[in-house]
Unconditional design. Sequence first.
Lengths: 136, 146
Amino acid sequence: MMKETIFLLKTLKEWCDRFDGIHVRYAYDTTSEYHIVEVDPESIRRGNEQYQKAELVLWTEFMERYPDSDLLICEPSKANNMSNCLFDSVLCLASEVWMPFLSDYIGVSSVSYLSKRSSYSKLNEYNNIYDYALAA
Amino acid sequence: MLYICKLLNNKPTMPAFLNKAQNNMIVAETLIDSDILITSAHPAYYAAFLSIKYVLAHFGGMDYDKQEKCKNEKGSHNYLSNLALPLMSKLDTETGNDYFVWYNKLKKLRKTADYKPDDIEDDVLKDNLATAKSFMTNIESNFKTA
């Protein structure tokens, strides 16, 4: 598992805890080699001062930890290739496949959180996640 | 082509790298207007990158010679764009966030357009030009030289 991915999953989980109503999706686009985080609604992304501070902290920490990696945090956009989706706060896509791995990194409570929020799973469409998990 | 050459022959009345950045914007706009859409991603990105070099040189205490030396040590684009973030976020939080959002949108699309065979939709490329304009407006309004 990429260290950037672990760091981002942990941060995005914290965002879901802190900002009620936030929707976050995270994908790694192998074409552009970008970590992409889509955030909505806009009332939070650009209307919530605390969220904006948290976003700036993430930009800053990511560039300090991984200066040679690329990150984009933005509104949902069809310009983004999200087919390699690694986390979706609504679908809780990470819940089943990632759980054993996430529990090592972000703690049991986080896994409970993911499990509690999990209402939908469409894993067959995301075979690449299995590949990630197997490789980890 | 003649149209582009005329625009680029305008005498610069501003710092060189800001002028270069603005010329790249003119090229990107001209390519979009000429329906050569995918090629516009390259100058749209370089408009942003060159304007960052201008900001660092004139407001960040890092002249162009220092910037050149740094590029041999680390990935110069990430290194320089990261250095500029504190200058942007010092203005206000949203400006800092928008700076990185817009810069990375431009960079991501440029990488795909320049290096990958993937098609990019026309309206995505037109939106990309709008992003570059927002980026440049932000720089020009917040970082003016005397």
